[in-house]
Every structure is written in C-alpha cells, then in structure tokens.
Design a protein around this ligand. Structure first.
Ligand code: GTP
Ligand code: MG
Length: 194
C-alpha cells in the first residue's frame, strides 16, 4: 500500500468536533504508553506525524488523520494510567464509548497491547466490550523487539488465552523493527476499501 498523503485533520472530544464521516475509519486503542502513536507512524512510514512520548497519558483527545484522502486513522487517548488526574480518567470511558458506538463509518479498532506483559484488566475490559458490541477488532501485541525469540511463543500464547482467541488471530508488532507491518496492513485493507 502506497501512502502518498497523511495529514492531521482535527482533535475532538465529542461528536460535534468529529470531522465529516465520509470515509472509512480505523481507530487505534490501548493502554497509555503502549505504543499507539508509534504504531500509527510506523504503519504510515511517517516519523513524526503523530506525537509520541515517554510520558504516558499525553494523548487526551481523539486525533483524526486523513490518509491518501480516502480513509481516516484515529489515535485514541490511552487508558489505565494511574497518574492521569481522576477527572480525566472519568471522562475517558464516556468519550471513547460515545465515539465507538456512534461513529457510522468506523470499520474497526486496532487494539494495541504489550507483548511483554499479559493483557491488563483494562485491556480485557475493552477487548470484551468490543466483542459484546460487535465492533470488529484486531489484537496487536507490540514492542515485540523487547521480547527474546525464545519467549515469543509463550507470551503470544498467554495473551491469546486471556483474550479468548487463537494465537494466529493476533498480530505481533514492533515499531522499532517494523515486524508485523505487512500482516497488520493485510488486516486493515478490507476495512478501508483497498
Ligand atoms: P499515549 O499517547 O501517552 O497513550 O502513548 P502511546 O500509546 O501513543 O505510546 P507512544 O507511541 O507515545 O510510545 C510510548 C513509548 O514507547 C515511547 O518511548 C516509544 O518510543 C516506545 N515504543 C513504542 N513502540 C515501541 C516498540 O515497538 N518498541 C519499543 N522498543 N519501544 C516502543
Ligand atoms: Mg499517543
């Protein structure tokens, strides 16, 4: 897939602020600091399109990016970071739920988790909720470069078991080595009409 344009469109916290829903859309969700923004940059081959940070909880709005003038990527704020003020944490649920349940052209969610650790309670909450709502989701286990070859299979198996999926349903990914790039695009193409 050739990416010839990728541009930030807008940030929003509520439907009034969403851009016109005239293109298929893919949302990226996951725990704070798990590597959502890095994954988007990696997929698009743009180093700095989306701001990344060592400090968790930086992204606190829905950030819309228009790609190839034909589909949207949406970087969602991360969940599960204790240091984010209580007030903001309370807003996360309704803000995300509203977006995920009302956005007409949302094709699916890339649910990003960390291959190094088993899915957290928050990860499982979102994963199971997406399933209950019937929202298509691809589980991505990122930071694979941080897990030794010898431990890969075990980490993948444990995560899959917790998520209630077959290991082959998950995409193992690394924004550093670009492992999983092709596999993830292959899952996203039907969602965005390619
Ligand atoms: P918030 O927006 O704060 O929720 O974070 P985020 O999920 O967007 O994470 P971000 O992409 O900003 O990355 C967080 C940190 O993890 C940064 O220091 C990244 O460089 C690092 N990181 C992200 N992906 C990978 C990866 O695949 N491998 C390694 N080794 N580090 C990564
Ligand atoms: Mg981010």
């Amino acid at each position: 897939l050739q990416i010839h344009s990728a541009e930030f469109v807008t940030s929003a916290v509520a439907p009034e602020g969403y851009p016109p829903g005239d293109h298929p859309e893919v949302a990226f969700a996951g725990r704070s600091n798990v590597g959502k923004s890095s994954l988007i940059n990696c997929l698009l081959g743009r180093k700095k399109l989306v701001r990344t940070s060592r400090t968790p909880g930086r992204t606190q709005t829905l950030n819309f990016f228009l790609i190839n003038e034909s589909f949207y990527f949406v970087d969602l704020p991360g969940y599960g970071y204790a240091k984010v003020p209580q007030k903001i944490r309370e807003q996360w649920g309704p803000m995300i739920e509203r977006y995920l349940t009302t956005r007409r052209r949302l094709s699916g969610v890339v649910h990003i988790m960390d291959l190094r650790h088993p899915p957290t309670t928050d990860d499982l909450l979102l994963w199971n909720w997406l399933r209950e709502m019937g929202i298509p989701a691809v589980p991505v286990l990122t930071k694979a470069d941080k897990v030794s070859r010898g431990n890969r299979a075990r980490h993948l198996r444990d995560a899959s078991q917790r998520l209630g999926i077959e290991p082959r349903e998950a995409v193992v990914f690394s924004a550093v080595t670009r492992e999983g790039w092709q596999a993830l695009w292959e899952r996203l193409m039907p969602w965005i009409g390619y």
